[in-house]
Design a binder for this molecule. Structure first.
Ligand code: NAD
Ligand code: IPM
Ligand code: MN
Length: 351
């Protein structure tokens, strides 16, 4: 039995999580998975009504009473500083020590890519984004605020232990999946302290994986290559902020934010699964949000939870929906969020 906490969150989050939930119910119905869900109210609305972003009590329940969390999105213009989003999303990543942000980018249908070359280039790589350090720890300060001498400092943190564990995970993944190359994305030429450490650790770890090619690329050139020759990437490992940026670029290459899932994990422990996209305020309430990223995130959750057959069935059903034109407008269709979710759920239930 997988105990799943649902945090639909803000904007299109509840719209897409509803469909992921429908698909997970179909997995139960088909006897492919055994799971129980409970919905948590955390998000902007809850924060504005109660002042609570993520209380210690909710955090303790999420940590102790569940195996995994499926989150929709957090972010709402009524909370302009994004405080609740940081407390909920970054709070869970940091406090649960979910150091791997696993973001696969697979082109499911060539016609979905904006690249002319996609007809003949397979795109199938994963980004291992470091998830507990970098520029995301909140370390820093503002000196002399409101004066002409104002000076803001955000500190990027890289520890040997933190870099070592994410780099090793990327190589382990490459080894277990039969991939032949791991690429480090860094900026050691301009940011020597932090990325000097990344390069040193990358080389150290790579030595234990002689069968895997280890390459280092400056992230600006890597972004260029990702557009020019996306087929050459297999596993990319990078820091928190660079991974955030590269994962939106990667999502666009495979058909857009509506198709990109992610898993925040610490192997053997809790996982937080979520689409790469945000709350998409520009389309909220229109019924056009693509639920596939959330549904594919549920598949990642089920796979990590031991329900590989359920995950396979979901992936096949998403592919069938895309092939059959059961698509929302972002991927060239005319169906609504609910129509796409229901179609995939039916397909999962009936096989
Ligand atoms: P966004 O990802 O929400 O939207 C970017 C673009 O992609 C928009 O045009 C949107 O309509 C489109 N899009 C996103 N999801 C889609 C879907 N499922 N189907 C079809 N189109 C989709 O990024 P943004 O506009 O920069 O951010 C909006 C809010 O979300 C901000 O508050 C931001 O901080 C937050 N955010 C949250 C998360 C998260 O919770 N994991 C991730 C990114 C951004
Ligand atoms: C993501 C998001 C978050 C991040 C934001 C909402 C803090 O963009 O999950 O990609 O930067 O990690
Ligand atoms: Mn992002």
């Amino acid at each position: 039995m997988i105990r799943v906490a649902l945090i639909p969150g803000d904007g299109v989050g509840p719209e897409v999580v509803r469909e992921a939930q429908r698909v997970m119910s179909a997995c139960i119905e088909a006897g492919l998975a055994d799971l129980r869900t409970e919905t948590f109210p955390h998000g902007a609305e809850h924060y504005l009504a109660t002042g609570e972003t993520l209380s210690d009590e909710s955090f303790a329940r999420l940590r102790d009473e569940f195996d995994a969390i499926l989150l929709g999105a957090v972010g709402d213009s009524r909370v302009p500083d994004g405080r609740h989003a940081r407390d909920i999303l970054l709070g869970l990543r940091f406090r649960l020590d979910l150091y791997i942000n696993f973001r696969p980018a697979r082109l499911r249908l060539p016609e979905l890519s904006p690249l002319r070359s996609a007809d003949h280039l397979p795109i199938d790589f994963v980004i291992f984004r470091e998830n507990t350090e970098g520029l995301y720890t909140g370390a820093g300060r503002v000196e002399s605020p409101g004066t002409a001498d104002e000076r803001a400092v955000s500190e990027a943190i890289a520890t040997h232990r933190g870099v070592e564990r994410i780099v090793r995970s990327a190589f382990e993944h490459a080894r277990s999946e039969g991939r032949s190359r791991v690429t480090l994305g860094d900026k050691a030429n301009a940011v020597p302290h932090v990325y000097g450490l990344w390069r040193r650790v990358f080389v150290e770890v790579a030595a234990s994986y002689p069968e895997i090619e280890a390459e280092m690329q400056y992230v600006d050139a890597l972004a260029m290559q990702m557009v020019r020759s996306p087929d050459r990437f297999e596993v990319i490992v990078t820091s928190n902020l660079l991974g955030d940026i590269l994962s939106d670029l990667a999502a666009e290459l495979i058909g857009g934010m509506g198709l990109a899932p992610s898993a925040n994990v610490n192997p053997g422990r809790h996982g937080l699964y979520e689409p790469v996209h945000g709350s998409a305020p520009d389309i909220v309430g229109t019924g056009t949000a693509n639920p596939m990223a959330a549904i594919l995130s549920a598949a990642l959750l089920l796979r990590d939870g031991g329900a590989a057959d359920a995950a396979d069935r979901i992936e096949e059903s998403v592919d069938a929906a895309l092939r059959g034109g059961v698509r929302t407008p972002d991927v060239g269709g005319t169906r609504t969020t609910e129509q796409v979710g229901s179609w995939i759920a039916d397909r999962v239930a009936t096989g």
